[in-house]
Design a protein. Structure first.
Length: 157
């Protein structure tokens, strides 16, 4: 398995139109993770199977950024503008710098399998997919084995 050390001092100016990392799945945990990454200076692409969730997150980020009064229980949001939302999975994947780093924050089980299957046509062999959906470790091993024999030789963490 590759070691995906994410350095917070990534120079996003090397390609300012590309995001450093992407998050798929914008329920409470996914949305908060995306906001946290953006607040730490990472340009973060976000995608949800229902585009309404993506629009809601971006609207909240915009509201927090432009609000002159400090938001309650929200810290370090000066970089919220680093959140970029996408309506299609292909646009989302294309928005990421290479090697792409994609965090899956979707429900464990079949939703993770479906998400990975949907991603595969858009990924390269060096891309990294990180499943944070509380999957059973046996599912993770199965997915890794399936992707290792896949012609694209994709890797899952």
């Amino acid at each position: 398995m590759k070691n995906s050390n994410i350095n917070p001092k990534i120079d996003s100016n090397k390609n300012p139109k590309k995001s450093n990392i992407g998050v798929i799945g914008l329920a409470v945990m996914g949305a908060n993770l995306a906001r946290n990454l953006a607040s730490k200076g990472f340009r973060t692409s976000v995608f949800n199977r229902t585009y309404q969730k993506t629009k809601e997150l971006l609207a909240l980020a915009e509201q927090i950024t432009t609000n002159s009064e400090p938001a309650k229980n929200v810290e370090n949001l000066e970089n919220q503008g680093k959140l970029v939302g996408f309506e299609t999975l292909e646009e989302f994947v294309q928005s990421l710098e290479s090697p792409r780093k994609i965090i899956l924050m979707v429900k464990s089980g079949k939703p993770v399998d479906d998400c990975i299957e949907s991603l595969k046509p858009f990924l390269d062999a060096c891309d990294i997919v990180i499943d944070c959906g509380n999957s059973n470790w046996k599912d993770t091993l199965r997915r890794q084995t399936e992707l290792e024999i896949d012609p694209q030789n994709l890797e899952i963490k």
